[in-house]
Design a binder for this molecule. Sequence first.
Ligand code: CMP
Length: 397
Amino acid sequence: MAATASTARARVYAILRHNEYSQGARRWRAFHLLALGSGLLAVTLSTIDNLPEYFQAVLTAVVVIVAGIFLAEYILRVWVVPEAPNYSSHTDNIGRLRWALSVDGLIGLLAVVPAFVITAGTVKADSEAAAIFSILWIMKLGVHAPAMATLARVISNERATLASVCIIFMIILVVSATATHLLEREIQPEQFGNIPSSLWWAVVTLTTTGYGDVVPHSIGGKMIASVVMVSGILVLALMTGILATGFAEEERRREYLSVWDQVAKVPMFSDLGTVTLSEIVSKLRVRHYPPRIVVMRRDEAGDSMFFIADGEVEVRLPRDPVRLGQGGFFGEMALLDRSPRSATVVTTQPTTLLVLYASDFYQIATHIPSLVAAVEKEARRRQAENESNALTMEGSQ
Ligand code: CMP
């Protein structure tokens, strides 16, 4: 009995996991997103005054249903905490408590709050409360954007560089505010009479917002304003550059780790030494496909080949379809012969593929000739098989 409960718990945990690619998990995420979108729309619309009563009742019903879904989700998430590797070192209930106090747990709890307030009957009457709830629900969207976690890591990785830019920003801000205060305080005592007022102008100018509500009138003030405006662009460019580079690097690292996990499942790669393997890993990309998805179509141009890390695909050939499973590869023929795709390839079940683009394939070819030779040999065999099948078909017509 206990074993059945723990299997059920493991299954629910797998579905609720944010980075799970199974069909159940994908369906749950789509449903969650739909509930979130409907809830947010209903809450937003309910803040409009003078809505017809029946429409208001529909909106309240949507909010109640969505809040109910989030409540059920929260309870399930608390239940499955012991399945999470992060909490496996704690007893079940301590793990649950720790999760409840984590960012994920707190956002989940906050999303449930409307359920209680609605039963007290305040959401419909109080548009301010509705607006606050919509903000709480929007935080759940972060769960669907792995980029949020990446951004947090980028800020943490680049904190020293970002801090240096912030210091430059502060120096320009304070120096320019003080200088304009000295130059403008007599001409415009209300706007530049003290440094805090001048700071407002400096922030608006340095961030390139430029409201134009406060502008220096003296020649000196205008010269400082020009320098601040140009500096603003430079500081923003620096910030953007640091964040964009950090983001790209973090994404590359994340991709590298996920490829590394998958590459072990392909026997062709498992015999390679660590150095060669790490070179290949940096060139591969992981792609997850649900069942019945067309990966490539016959006759279209091909610029990549695929290794099957998990799952199965069907190669639709004129005679009989061929199924390729874990460890197999396809898409090599167009790449080697620079010809159009010779067949349509469709997934038959949830499938994880490793993609290798043509440019990287030729680079690898110079370093790992054995791998390329194996791919070439199989391509020639397939071509011969297809040609002989075509002849047989012609003969029988
Ligand atoms: P490509 O021509 O790039 O795109 C379709 C792919 O189907 C092809 O590369 C091969 O990888 C694969 N393919 C074609 N013929 C066969 C076959 N007879 N057996 C297995 N796979 C094949």
